[in-house]
Ligand binder design. Sequence first.
Ligand SMILES: [Zn+2]
Length: 406
Amino acid sequence: MNASAHQRIVRIAALPAVHRAFQWLHLQEQRFRQWQIDLTRIPAPPFGEAKRAAWTLEQMQTLSLTSTGIDGAGNAIGYLRPPVPGEPLLLLSAHLDTVFPQETAIDVREDGDLLHAPGICDNGAGVAGLLALIGSILHAGLPLATNILFAANVGEEAEGNLRGMRHLFHGEMGPRITTAIALEGSGTETVVTRALGSKRFQVTVAGPGGHSWTDAGRANPIVTLARAIAELTPHSLLEDPRTTINVGTIQGGTSVTAIPEVATALFDLRSVDEGELLASEVRLFRAVEDAVLAANLSPGKDLSTEENLRFHIRSIGDRPAATLPEDSPLLQTIQAVDRHLGIRTSERVGSTDANLPLSLGIQAVAIGAGGRGGGIHTLREWYDPRGREIALRRILLTLVDRCDLK
Ligand SMILES: [Zn+2]
């Protein structure tokens, strides 16, 4: 705990402009709730976020955010004030996308305070929080020294592969972002400071196929892929450092009476340790290669190469593992804010938009946007907004301290 950070927070929390911002947050819960309901009703599957981005942009403009627009990746963005070339920026973001396909019926059900709908918490809570913070900062006229780039970004979930963040950090503004805060779901105490690394692969095994009776003996892609999966199974969970391998989907074949021509499976490899993640990748490649080689050399098989199986392993996702240093100014600010508000800081490991800046050595966290939620990534997802206000105060104080006052 840093004593001077704590003194700064005490001073900031006493400022009239900060009180105006808190007051606005206190009075607008009904509006936040309505934002969350309205945006959750707009489907936003991976690569299909455009409508939700347009809706968010409209809210940003209604709140009088400056220099707004949709960027090249489809992120809805805006600034605290018109950006000046070369100035540093703080990025405050919340991802727009959900894991649910376009056709998922989204009906927001209200049950007292509780809201039920797929995506209501992840990341309905985050985007509503982003708009709430924009509203409070602009309403209170907080005299922040560092400009803020606000982004409701695309591509956080699964196959989105952080493309919204990649665009922001690899684009023109990227080198100027010194701090990044991603609003992620619910929670008041949590802060993700360790980025869980993941690598995702599509493995395809293909061969000539044939008739189940007359061509019997030819190598079978489904059997071969299954052998590779069985070979990986003993390595599917390592506790320390926690490392996992999952096969999530498997497809292949056309008929019960045909030797299949193709079999495909999707693998998700995760670890808190970059070295173990690499070791898992090597295991996957080796298991597939060994299974295909064994199939091609199996006794009874025609040894001509036309009858051989082939394989192809394609990367469909890559999120590096990284950790926010304990002495980073951002983490010290959050700890000081939490001390001031009486919150017990709970540092977590996560696979979030913060992975990207952390991997670039930029201080970043993912932080809960308040309230409570559950059933994440299922049709039973729910959100309880009670307590949202304290989490928004927490993030606001963090922003003011990291941006400094003019
Ligand atoms: Zn999320």
